[in-house]
Design a protein around this ligand. Structure first.
Ligand code: BEZ
Length: 211
């Protein structure tokens, strides 16, 4: 059965471009992004891993560690990283997992046989400090992902984990947020001292509480 939000991320120990890695040990108490790509030495994947490397500091600021994965070998990953660094002008420091026996791909349902019987699709999982899965997205091989959007989701997840708010459409860090319906309007001033705007009884906005 495929994984759903809130499920525990399956732990694994596997070879990678940086040697053997255990997922839970690697993540420690922080957040994680585990994402698969169809294959090494392919054009869209090269840009995706390059973009992720360019954003390494942004992930680190969010206490988030990144792991890429495909069914290619660790040796292939290490050689391909040289190309990524050269062509995308980056320094890939995160591990690329070598899932040659596809055990991890199967545990995370990253192989979609109607798309490809022998390669992972572009799956991405955000994993919280409790090791629960917080986000799942799946893109086809033909569409490279937007990694700024992944950072935006991490910002939302880290904010909403600690405050009774949700983030509206296209929200970006620093913008107003929505007070969750569970909070009664009369209780908002005590909980949100920065004030609030009631647009409708069910739509109450407040400045981002942790800014
Ligand atoms: C790519 O990463 O460029 C790619 C991989 C598999 C199929 C199509 C494109």
């Amino acid at each position: 059965m495929s994984l759903r939000l809130g499920d525990k991320a399956p732990d694994f120990t596997a070879d990678s471009s940086l040697g053997q890695i255990n997922l839970y040990e690697y993540l420690g108490d922080g957040w994680g992004v585990l994402f698969s790509h169809p294959a090494d030495y392919t054009p869209v994947c090269t840009t995706e891993l390059g973009r992720t490397a360019a954003l390494q500091d942004e992930f680190a600021k969010r206490n988030t560690k990144v792991l890429a994965l495909s069914v290619d070998s660790a040796e292939s990953h290490r050689s391909w990283i040289k190309d990524i660094n050269e062509t995308q002008h980056v320094d890939v420091q995160f591990p690329i997992i070598a899932d040659e026996d596809r055990k991890i791909a199967e545990a995370y349902d990253m192989i979609h046989p109607n798309a490809s019987v022998n390669a992972t699709v572009r799956s991405l999982f955000i994993i919280g400090p409790d090791k629960a899965i917080k986000l799942i997205i799946t893109y086809p091989a033909s569409t490279g992902r937007n990694f700024v959007e992944i950072l935006r989701v991490i910002d939302s997840l880290q904010l909403t984990a600690y405050h009774s708010v949700a983030t509206p459409a296209d929200w970006k860090d620093g913008e107003d947020v929505v007070v969750v319906p569970a909070i009664k309007t009369e209780d908002i001033p005590a909980k949100f001292p920065k004030g609030f705007t009631e647009i409708k009884p069910y739509l109450r906005l407040t400045p981002q509480p942790n800014k």
